[in-house]
Design a protein around this ligand. Structure first.
Ligand code: C5P
Length: 293
């Protein structure tokens, strides 16, 4: 089935590893990170309108504003301005991912807006050109434009595609303890120690030796993150447990769908108030197979 013109998925982003290498003079930090994306996320659709409108629904809609500062609207206005088209569209965002949670969220939504409106307004730019523009909206937005495994450096916007054949279609569980974590303070809580490069070994064994250098600072600010990591680590069949981005969402890669399902059930029973997403890692972005709602 081919994807309708007017719907775009905004898949959740994971940082399988995130090494902070130093503080820059522009207030940002230099990183080395491995981005990966999962099959599920927010959903953005578009219908005709005389102006530019955004409506938001979905289970996580309450945490979000639909006014002009929403990243989706900022992306729409930026693209229209650069491409010289009139920004006419009624965008509808179904917000399934928690806000301020280290898995893309707003960045993935903005990136989906770029891809969707690039088609809807018949702009026809390649992803590379969209990604170059996307950097103006946030360090993670260019990676979310591609929504495929990437190594990121600089602020996270300098990207090269990688293959992760060992991890293709790996069952993954995302858990958020429902605390909104602001990105800036978590970066500020980094202890300033450069613990070394991510290196080139992107095998599962290599990734187990890698780190998320934002994890200790985030867990100091929000101790519940430690509980999430411990509960995930205690599940049977877990191959890698880590926090994503600046948190608070943590993820576990499982050896099989069966152990993932058992772990999900067990944790949901223990912490019914937390947010869970059992999904799979997307090896490559396959536009024609993205689920639509
Ligand atoms: O670019 P974005 O808006 O996602 O970043 C939010 C905040 O996170 C920045 O203002 C900065 O404080 C911090 N950040 C950082 N280094 C990065 C990315 C983000 O210090 N590479």
């Amino acid at each position: 089935m081919s994807r309708p013109l007017d719907v775009e998925l905004a898949p959740a982003k994971l940082n399988l590893a995130l090494h902070v290498r130093g503080k820059r003079t522009d207030g940002y930090h230099d990183l080395e990170t491995l981005f990966a994306f999962v099959r599920d996320g927010d959903v953005l659709s578009v219908a005709s309108a005389d102006g530019l409108l955004l409506s938001i629904d979905g289970s996580m809609a309450a945490g979000l504003s639909d006014t002009g500062d929403n990243l989706v609207l900022r992306a729409a206005r930026l693209l229209a301005g650069k491409a010289g088209v009139k920004p006419k569209a009624h965008l509808r965002l179904t917000k399934n991912l928690p806000v301020a949670s280290g898995i893309g969220g707003g960045s993935a939504d903005a990136a989906a807006a770029f891809r969707l409106l690039n088609r809807y307004w018949s702009i026809g730019w390649p992803l590379e050109k969209l990604a170059a523009l996307a950097g103006q909206l946030g360090a993670d937005v260019p990676a979310c434009v591609y929504s495929r495994p990437l190594l990121g450096s600089g602020r996270g916007e300098s990207l090269s595609p990688v293959a992760l054949p060992e991890l293709a279609d790996t069952a993954v569980l995302l858990v958020n303890p429902m605390v909104a974590v602001p990105t800036g303070p978590v970066f500020a809580a980094w202890d300033g120690v450069d613990r070394g490069s991510l290196g080139g070994d992107l095998s599962l064994a290599g990734l187990r030796h890698a780190r998320n250098d934002l994890q200790p600072g985030a867990a100091r600010l929000f101790p519940v993150i430690t509980e999430v990591l411990e509960l995930l680590s205690g599940c049977e069949g877990v191959r890698l447990v880590r926090m994503s981005g600046s948190g608070a969402t943590c993820f576990a890669l499982f050896e099989s769908k069966q152990t993932q399902a058992a772990g999900t059930m067990q944790l949901k029973r223990l912490r019914p108030e937390w947010w869970f997403l059992d999904t799979v890692l997307n090896h490559n972005r396959k536009p024609d197979s993205l689920p639509v709602s």
